[in-house]
Ligand binder design. Sequence first.
Ligand code: SAM
Length: 353
Amino acid sequence: MIPGDRLVVLCRPGFEGDCAAELAQRAAEVGAWGHARTRDGQGLLEFFPGGHHPLSLLAGRFGETPVFPRQWCAAGPLFEDLPEGDRLGPLLADVDVPVADLVVETPEGDAYRPLARLARRLVGPARGVLQARGDWCPDDPDAVRLHLVLAAGDAAWVGRSPLERSSPEPGGIVRLKQHPEAPSRSALKLEEALQVFLTPADRHLLFDGRRTAVDLGAAPGGWTWVLRRRGVQVLAVDNGALAPVLAKDPEVEHVRADAFTFEPTTPVDWLVCDVVDKPARVVELMARWLRRGRARRALFNLKLPMRRRWQAVEDARARFERVLGEAAPGFSLHIRQLYHDREEVTCYAAPRS
Ligand code: SAM
């Protein structure tokens, strides 16, 4: 397989510049450098690193917990003029590494919908080719995830990534269906966050039917509803009204108060917050709760209406650690732009195990 000279990266359309800024900083932090090639609004960029092979970058510290990249792989140049009758032939010809997983994917967006259908149709045949050649090795610990990233019906990148550093979902998109009873679309944000940030074992342990939560900025109640479905008792803080399904739930207490001054009488397991305010104010609030032991873990959203969003994320992280002070090493903070996030990112702060 050709070694690859670039990372092919998928992100939310409109966030290519933020994604490029993040990649450049990640590279600098590990002594590498690089430049990005992107077209705004495409949700796609190529990042050409200097000084390091892109696959070893992904495997190292560079590849830990990305914020704006939803999916990435180390790839070579774009294959063009693929024959309609045998697109897979040229794409898979040089793949000579053990493959444990395969994703065929496209950038996000309406313009890519027909291509996404083609991508779905190619998965089975591509896996068949790899199996027939003996390259399909799901149990091989050294096997990689193989990516076919379609740029057009006749053009694609072939990439690979370490399994634990990329998503098994095409485009890194966790697709969830809105439940008809969910009070708001925001429910999907929290549901996705729980899927992305927690392992199945974590979810089992952390939602064992005995947990408590405070939901700041709860109305109309999508997040409270998600927590209730996982058996959590919720204090829902908002001056706005909760959906009727929650208003009559005895395990939900609606508190009409200001999120920035509210204090529970006893500590809770979960603090969640979807208040629309400055990232600095929200991270400070979250860090204060954790520092004082008022909550064990916090899951919250930072709204990013500003232009330099990567910088805003970095500032928020630094402020969070500053306010946590001596308690900071005891917590990890994961920040990620989820599929159901718009001009925002979702953060999960938890005690280090
Ligand atoms: N997570 C909610 C859901 O799933 O339905 C949606 C939350 S909505 C984006 C933001 C909420 O924050 C609004 O209901 C608003 O009333 C509330 N809010 C804004 N500032 C607040 C404050 N200082 N204190 C309490 N609630 C606040």
